[in-house]
Design a protein around this ligand. Structure first.
Ligand code: FES
Length: 230
């Protein structure tokens, strides 16, 4: 029987980075970055890549960004609709199901339903999508911080530019204000007198991590600080 490739079976890249992120609930996207059915985008953890997708019914999913035929990376950046593997053309829906498979003749028999994309556990906390490598993982986020982030759901947010800095430095809060707190593996919550900023860290082993930000209810002074990158 042919079995799907499992790209998460072991840690093989940067062990410190992957150990930190893949053993915890990690923030993988802001909900507003997937506004419509069949929207999808990639989230990277070092050399690992995941697809965050909204299916036709509006449900959010997170998958390993690897074709279950031979493990080829399926997509890059942001996009919409079905995912077609660039190697042999297998097609997957935004719900992870295998919709079409070519080159069956050289393979042992398999059931299409067993060849869906490898799925992670998913939970939405306010405006943030979290995922965990273990599909059965319980949501064990800090209750106080979680409640604070949940209350931001539905609140209009300002978007800020992406910055590139070390993920270790960011998560330790070096150079930031005293209200710096981290939820799960990588969601930084910073409180200011006039509002809150969330920073979602997509870590890279080299060249600086990508940080996506949302700001809620912040005044002019805080906005000026962000634009200066502080
Ligand atoms: S590796 Fe994707 S279709 Fe073959």
């Amino acid at each position: 029987m042919f079995s799907p490739v499992d790209d998460l079976a072991s840690l093989s890249g940067d062990r410190e980075l992957e150990g930190h992120f893949l053993s915890r609930w990690m923030a993988v996207a802001f909900v507003d970055s997937l506004p419509t059915p069949e929207a999808r985008r990639v989230f990277a953890v070092g050399s690992r890549s995941f697809v965050v997708a909204r299916d036709r019914g509006g449900a959010l999913h997170v998958f390993v960004n690897a074709c279950t035929h031979r493990g080829t990376r399926l997509c890059r950046g942001a996009g919409r609709g079905r995912m077609r593997c660039p190697y042999h053309g297998w097609v997957f829906g935004c719900d992870g199901r295998l919709l079409g498979a070519t080159r069956r003749s050289g393979l042992p028999p398999f059931d299409d339903a067993q060849m869906s994309l490898r799925r992670l556990a998913v939970r939405c906390v306010g405006p943030v999508v979290f995922a965990h490598r273990d599909p059965a993982a319980a949501l064990d986020l800090d209750p106080e911080l979680r409640a604070e982030v949940e209350r931001l759901g539905g609140t209009p947010a300002r978007r800020w530019r992406r910055v590139r800095v070390s993920w270790r430095r960011l998560l330790r809060g070096q150079g930031s204000g005293s209200t710096h707190r981290v939820l799960g593996a990588n969601l930084i919550l910073e409180r200011f007198a006039s509002g809150v900023r969330l920073r979602l860290v997509a870590p890279r082993a080299r060249g600086g991590s990508v940080v996506e930000e949302r700001a809620y209810g912040l005044g002019l002074f805080a906005r000026a600080r962000f634009l200066l990158g502080r």
